[in-house]
Design a protein around this ligand. Structure first.
Ligand code: AP5
Ligand code: MG
Length: 207
């Protein structure tokens, strides 16, 4: 499980872990954004919470994960990115599947706004980029799939990021000690380069 504030690099590092381990990434944020784009009932419920930077209600998220865990590709294990985000979500997960490791990526609040406001992703494959920290190798061409369409998230404005940070500090960060108490937490410093953080994570996965 990858744990950390908005913009910590969970999605960026998840992409690398998926390549290295073959385990599917389960990002509740990505699942909710897809639901909003497709105009489903789930998307209709989630949209307002996401736009304001608040958390989507626990029962909605728990239902989503219960369904996801039943998919055949979950049998060999999953990589959670951005789930759980509250203690009730962690308690629900504990009842349905064991957690082997929680990697908490630490980044200062001041760096987060800069990271989030410069983020863009490939519209075809979802590869995560940054205007300054992770530009495409060839301008406007995705390194991974050669796609040329990119998008920016509706909730990546400075005002919304501040709300997402408050939600993180108030509702999500208490989970760190919850997992520490269960002996599952590993902390890493996310203020280094994407490669350095990736190396630290792969050292942990080799443990
Ligand atoms: P979600 O999509 O999970 O967003 P988030 O937690 O706010 O995290 P982000 O995706 O913004 O950041 P990230 O850590 O993945 O960073 P990234 O790798 O992209 O959730 C969105 C919303 O959905 C929530 O606000 C909530 O409403 C709802 N939601 C989702 N899950 C929920 C749940 N379980 N319960 C309730 N509600 C839920 O990196 C960011 C940028 O920084 C990129 O541009 C990247 O290139 C750059 N970068 C990455 N690493 C580095 C580095 N080391 N150095 C420099 N730049 C870097
Ligand atoms: Mg993400």
């Amino acid at each position: 499980m990858l744990f950390g504030p908005p913009g910590a690099g969970k999605g960026t590092q998840a992409g690398r872990i998926v390549q290295a381990t073959g385990k599917p990434q389960v990002s509740t944020g990505d699942m909710l954004r897809a639901a909003v784009e497709n105009g489903t009932e789930l998307g209709r419920i989630a949209k307002g919470y996401m736009e304001s930077g608040g958390l989507v209600p626990d029962e909605v998220i728990i239902g989503l994960i219960e369904e996801r865990i039943k998919q055949p590709d979950a049998i060999g294990g999953l990589l959670f990115d951005g789930f759980p985000r509250t203690i009730p979500q962690a308690e629900a997960l504990e009842k349905i599947a064991p957690v082997s490791m929680v990697i908490a990526i630490h980044v200062e609040d001041e760096s987060i706004v800069e990271r989030i406001c410069g983020r863009f992703t490939c519209a075809s494959c979802g590869e995560v980029y940054h205007d300054i920290f992770r530009p495409c190798k060839t301008e406007s061409v995705c390194d991974s799939c050669n796609g040329t369409e990119f998008k920016r998230r509706a909730d990546d404005s400075e005002a919304t990021v501040r709300n997402r940070l408050s939600a993180y500090h108030e509702q999500t960060s208490p989970l760190e000690s919850w997992y520490f108490d269960r002996g599952l937490l590993r902390r890493i410093d996310g203020n280094h380069s994407i490669e350095q953080v990736g190396q630290e994570i792969s050292n942990l996965l080799d443990e």
